[in-house]
Write a protein that binds this ligand. Structure first.
Ligand SMILES: NC(=O)c1ccc[n+]([C@@H]2O[C@H](COP(=O)([O-])OP(=O)(O)OC[C@H]3O[C@@H](n4cnc5c(N)ncnc54)[C@H](OP(=O)(O)O)[C@@H]3O)[C@@H](O)[C@H]2O)c1
Length: 249
C-alpha cells in the first residue's frame, strides 16, 4: 500500500500502459483520477479501477487542460503523483514525413505533455512525484521514427528541466522509457494493414534481446517504483524497460 492517501493523476490512463498504472496505483491504495479522450474506454477504466474517476480531455488542447486542472484544484485540492503517459504513435519514413503528421505528434507527445506538467506542478508540493513515459525511440535509431523519436527525446529533456527546476520544492521528476510493449498503440497506426502490423511486431521482437514484447504491467511496475518513497533519492532518472533493447540490442 505504497500510495495510501496519495492523489494520483494518470494522463492517458484509459488504455495500455496508463490503464495498467491506474490499476496498480489503485491496488496500492492510491486515489486515482485518469484522463484520455475516448469516453467509452474512460468509462470502462473507471468501472474496473476501484475508486477511480475519469475525465475526457485532449492533452493537446491547452485551454481544455487549463479548465480540467481548475476542476482538479476545486475537487481534489492537490496532486501527489502525476503520470504523464498520454501519447500517440505512428511511423513515417523520412521521404513520407509530412509537416501535419509532425505537428500532430508533437502537439500531443511533447507540447501537450510539457504544458500538462507545467500546470499540474502548481498543484504539487513537497514529496510530490512526476513520472513521464518516454520511449527507447527517443534515444536510438528506429526506422520511420523521426517525428515520434524527436518528440520523445524532447520530452526526456523536459523531464530533466522539470527535475532541475523543482528539486528545491521537494518534487521528483523521472522518466520510464519502454521498448516495444503489447498495447493497442501498434494497431492505431493509420493506414496499416494487419499484415504490416504483424511484420512490424516481429521486427520489434527480433530487436529485443529477450525476444518478446513487454507487458503493460511490467512498465507500470517501474512507474510505481519511481513514484514511490522507495525512489526518494532518485530524480531526473530515465529507467529503460525494454528487455535490454537499448543497451544490448
Ligand atoms: N506500446 C509501446 O510499444 C510503447 C513503447 C514506448 C513508449 N510508449 C509510450 O507509452 C505511452 C502509452 O502508450 P500505450 O502503448 O499504452 O498506447 P495506448 O494504449 O494507445 O495508450 C495511449 C494513451 O494515451 C492517450 N492519448 C493519446 N492521445 C491523447 C490526447 N491527445 N489527449 C489525451 N490522451 C491521449 C490515449 O487515450 P485515448 O485512447 O482516449 O486517445 C491512451 O490512454 C505513450 O506515451 C507511448 O508513446 C509505448
Amino acid at each position: 500500500m505504497r500510495f495510501s492517501g496519495r492523489k494520483v493523476l494518470v494522463l492517458g490512463g484509459n488504455s495500455g500502459i496508463g490503464l495498467a498504472c491506474a490499476e496498480a496505483f489503485a491496488r496500492e491504495g492510491g486515489a486515482v483520477r485518469l484522463t484520455g479522450r475516448d469516453r467509452g474506454t474512460i468509462a470502462a477504466a473507471v468501472a474496473s479501477v476501484p475508486g477511480a474517476r475519469g475525465d475526457s480531455v485532449d492533452i493537446s488542447d491547452l485551454a481544455a487542460m487549463e479548465r480540467f486542472y481548475e476542476q482538479v484544484a476545486a475537487e481534489d485540492g492537490r496532486i501527489d503523483v502525476l503520470v504523464v503517459n498520454a501519447g500517440m504513435g505512428g511511423f513515417a519514413p523520412i521521404d513520407q514525413l509530412s509537416p501535419d503528421y509532425w505537428d500532430q505528434v508533437h502537439a500531443i507527445n511533447l507540447r501537450g505533455c510539457v504544458f500538462a506538467m507545467q500546470k499540474a506542478v502548481r498543484l504539487m508540493g513537497e514529496g510530490g512525484a512526476i513520472v513521464v513515459t518516454g520511449s527507447i525511440g527517443g534515444h536510438a535509431f528506429v526506422p520511420g521514427n523521426l517525428a515520434y523519436g524527436a518528440a520523445k527525446a524532447g520530452l526526456a529533456l523536459a523531464m530533466r528541466q522539470f527535475a532541475g527546476e523543482y528539486v528545491s520544492q521537494g518534487i521528483r521528476v523521472n522518466m520510464v522509457s519502454p521498448g516495444p510493449v503489447e498495447t493497442p498503440l501498434l494497431r492505431r497506426n493509420p493506414g496499416m494493414s494487419d499484415e504490416v502490423v504483424g511484420a512490424m511486431r516481429a521486427q520489434m521482437i527480433e530487436a529485443v534481446p529477450m525476444k518478446r514484447m513487454g507487458r503493460a504491467e511490467e512498465v507500470a511496475a517501474a512507474v510505481l517504483f519511481l513514484a514511490s518513497p522507495e525512489a526518494s533519492f532518485i530524480t531526473a532518472a530515465n529507467l529503460f524497460v525494454d528487455g535490454g533493447a537499448l543497451e544490448i540490442g
